[in-house]
Ligand binder design. Structure first.
Ligand SMILES: NC(=O)c1ccc[n+]([C@@H]2O[C@H](COP(=O)([O-])OP(=O)(O)OC[C@H]3O[C@@H](n4cnc5c(N)ncnc54)[C@H](OP(=O)(O)O)[C@@H]3O)[C@@H](O)[C@H]2O)c1
Length: 261
């Protein structure tokens, strides 16, 4: 799918990965609707990107916020929906507050599902359309310290796959992009320190944006896993999960130390 002159709704546009995606798509001639809760940040971004883009502030974890987005898009239907907004709460499961768990599942899983549902008629009205759900390596590998986040991203991957198969004969290409650890503010200091200590590689947000542009260019929906060896671990985990169990068991003490920080 060609990006030039496409209307794109990008959630989480003001974040680390969102900003890189916005820059990449704007350079390629897309017309962006940048969404997030902080209007001022979005407006600064839109003016930096040049004319033709607009901003909408909305909390997409709420029905009212999603409706604001849908209403604002009426008449300028999106060709591409990028479900990118997300949050992360690193910690041991028995120390996580129930309301934080609920908020994370709402934003990372329910919000993209319900926003997709609300915008489906608009996407179906376009000659060609795409949905990209931003998942994570942790949408395929259950990792200690990230139980609720993994639950949400596993769910998002399942939703993407099922919807892609259900809409196989439609005009919509449905993609799932799974970045590995990426250098943004999503990762708290303990997560960054844990990654350094375990020798986990991290990507620049621009690398994620470039992968997304490549994915949209494909003529059919796909899952794309980023990073080496992460994409190999994803395969191993699905075929021989015991190997990953044992590898993570060796790291458990370190992970628990950082999760308690
Ligand atoms: N960074 C990583 O290591 C990594 C790795 C794999 C996958 N991912 C995924 O990549 C996506 C982007 O992550 P990031 O690293 O760019 O995170 P980030 O820098 O923390 O940005 C998060 C974005 O989500 C928006 N947001 C948060 N809560 C919201 C809400 N209730 N309603 C609407 N917007 C909301 C934030 O804007 P406001 O606060 O202004 O609303 C911000 O634009 C997420 O889905 C994340 O799970 C990230």
């Amino acid at each position: 799918m060609d990006i030039t002159d496409r209307n794109v709704l990008l959630t989480g546009a003001s974040g680390g990965i969102g900003t890189a995606i916005a820059e990449c798509l704007a350079e390629r001639g897309a017309r962006l609707t940048l969404a997030g809760r902080n209007k001022e940040k979005l407006d600064i971004m839109a003016s930096r990107l040049g004319g033709g883009h607009r901003t909408i502030s909305a909390d997409i974890a709420t029905p009212g916020g999603r409706q604001r987005l849908v209403d604002a898009l009426a008449g300028g239907e999106p060709d591409i929906l990028i479900n990118n907004a997300g949050t992360l709460d690193f910690g041991l499961f028995d120390e996580q507050e129930p309301d934080r768990i609920e908020a994370m599942i709402h934003l990372n899983l329910l919000a993209p599902i319900l926003l997709t549902r609300a915008l489906l008629p608009a996407l179906e009205s376009r000659p060609e359309a795409a949905i990209v759900n931003i998942g994570s390596t942790f949408g395929s590998i259950g990792h200690p310290g990230f139980a609720s986040y993994c639950a949400a991203k596993f769910g998002l991957r399942g939703f993407t796959e099922a919807l892609r198969r259900e809409l196989a004969e439609s005009n919509i290409h449905i993609h799932y992009l799974a970045p590995r650890a990426t250098r943004t503010e999503l990762n708290s200091h303990p997560v960054t320190a844990m990654n350094e200590s375990l020798g986990n590689a991290t990507d620049d947000p621009a690398t994620v944006a470039a992968a997304l542009v490549e994915l949209i260019a494909r003529d059919r929906g796909e899952n794309r896993y980023m990073g080496w060896p992460e994409k190999l671990y994803v395969r191993i985990n699905s075929l021989l999960p015991g190997l990953i169990d044992r590898a993570l068991a060796r790291q458990l003490r370190t992970i628990r130390d950082f999760a308690r920080e």
